[in-house]
Design a protein around this ligand. Structure first.
Ligand code: ARG
Ligand code: ZN
Length: 472
């Protein structure tokens, strides 16, 4: 996935002058971005992170976060220096035990120059000590950190990590995580995965979380506040940990009536997507005034607003569907967002059908017929919506219609084999829209380029004939 820096001059020199050994190329700086066309400065070039160990302390009264991040990385080129993405204040950086020079550049870049260059393939331990008040840090005019009455939450997409840990902030570089957070006794600290332990000492409780499977940076979450926590086990023995802010007010009942059904919903999703890919699950509802939910790995984030009208199992279905489509199988670049949202939205249609509400076919028909051809909705291409429209309803609804169209074309047997096969094929990895199209053609044995082009890549309403969808 890394975009390697090529040094044409040096290569020419090496091939012409035999006296120059092949290794003569000077170590060069890692690129300040991975080369995502939507967000050129997101992530970094030249190295890959395999593990993040975050040992933090958070004071809810003042929103102060401080601690140490230890990153295990491997150089992917001869590296003279490299960047991390981060926006809090850094006091010290060490690479393999030695103090490294560092400087901030741009809005969220931390540029690190190790005492000695790293050789391609070399493993490095990078330690960053830092502190800050995340709610006060703005990058490009906004703050993703969600300050609450009793704490704070990191849950956003695509930018969330800059406000709480230094990282190679792009889904193409996934890693395992240990997140340890000390908070005042009586306050809870939540993150992804399993709760390894929790210890109280001198008025502070340290919560130790572990997320073992490869996890994208934006899917790492941290939530601090006063929560009621429920714990149980699934039939197959996985821990289920849910948490509800003590301040949900009238939304508390509906939130619990929905999120407590996570294990049941996940079991149902397994029927379509295959074995659940992680070793823990749950959900949490902090007292934020946000209007979105997010599929933070193993433990989605929900907004109180999701439960304003009463129970909402559909949003739980959506976020848990992402555990396969988005989390276990991650996009290669942000333009591939349909790989996440189209499938999570389609899972909601399947759930509706299962609940005896509208069928997937009925909901697709409605989504199609209720928007006239001149509706701006049809201008957004779900397969390449652009950074400003990444979460446009077209990515979700037209994205799900594309799947209904595919189902009509290849038939239920192949369609459901595909839904189940894909997460297995790419478990723990990354894929793009083109990979999905190729896989769908392989499973069905049918040419599908035209269907996907019509549904994902044309800025216009597909003709009714394109789908077998009913025109009304
Ligand atoms: N992936 C999330 C979902 O489908 C969407 C998050 C949108 N992000 C935002 N800040 N609004 O539920
Ligand atoms: Zn989604």
């Amino acid at each position: 996935m890394r975009h390697r820096l090529i040094v044409p001059g040096a290569m020419v020199a090496a091939s012409l002058l035999l006296a120059v050994p092949a290794s003569a190329a000077e170590p060069s700086p890692g690129a300040p971005g991975v080369g995502d066309p939507y967000y050129p400065d997101y992530g970094n070039g030249g190295y890959d992170v395999s593990h993040y160990d975050l040992r933090l302390t958070y004071q809810p009264k003042t929103d102060e976060l401080n601690g140490t991040a230890t990153l295990l990385a491997t150089a992917e080129q001869d590296l003279s220096r490299f960047n991390l993405d981060f926006a809090l204040d850094v006091s010290e950086v060490r690479v393999d035990g030695k103090k490294a020079r560092f400087a901030t550049s741009g809005a969220h870049e931390l540029r690190i120059t190790p005492a000695e260059p790293l050789a391609k393939g070399e493993k490095a331990t990078v330690v960053v000590r830092y502190s800050g008040t995340p709610s006060k840090v703005e990058v490009n005019g906004f703050t993703s950190w969600l300050r609450t009455e009793d704490g704070g939450v990191a849950a956003n997409e695509p930018e969330a990590a800059w406000w709480w840990f230094p990282s190679n902030d792009h889904p193409s570089d996934k890693a395992s995580y240990d997140v340890s957070v000390a908070v005042p006794d009586g306050t809870q600290a939540l993150s992804n995965g399993t709760l390894q332990s929790k210890r109280s000492e001198a008025g502070w409780t340290r919560w130790n979380w572990r997320s073992r499977a490869p996890q994208a940076t934006y899917l790492a979450t941290l939530a601090i506040g006063r929560f009621d926590i429920t714990t149980s086990k699934t039939d197959s023995g996985l821990p289920v940990i849910n948490a509800y802010s003590k301040d949900l007010g009238e939304h508390a009942g509906a939130a619990r009536a929905s999120v407590e059904r996570t294990a049941e919903i996940t079991e149902w999703l397994q029927g379509y997507f295959g074995a659940y890919p992680f070793d823990a699950m749950g959900g949490y509802v902090p007292n934020t005034d946000t209007t979105y939910a997010l599929e933070t790995q193993t433990r989605p984030f929900y907004s109180p607003d999701d439960f304003a009208d009463g129970s909402n199992t559909s949003v739980v279905v959506h976020e848990m569907a992402h555990q396969w489509y988005g989390d276990s199988v991650s996009l290669k670049g942000w333009k591939d967002i349909w790989i996440n949202e189209g499938f999570a939205a389609y899972a909601q249609w399947l759930w509706s059908e299962d609940q005896g509400e509208g069928t997937a076919r009925e909901l697709a028909d409605y989504a199609y017929a209720s928007r006239p051809a001149d509706d701006d909705f049809w201008k957004v291409k779900p397969g390449d919506p652009g950074p400003d429209n990444q979460f446009h309803s077209a990515v979700y609804d037209r994205g799900a219609m594309a799947l209904q169209a595919l189902r009509e074309k290849i038939g239920d047997k192949d369609f459901f084999a595909l839904l189940k096969g894909w997460p297995r094929q790419h478990e723990g990895g990354n894929a793009d829209v083109g990979d999905f199209v190729a896989y769908a053609e392989k499973v069905s044995g049918e040419p599908l380029a035209e269907l996907f082009d019509t549904w994902l890549f044309q800025p216009s309403k597909p003709p009714a004939s394109a789908a077998g969808l009913k025109a009304k």
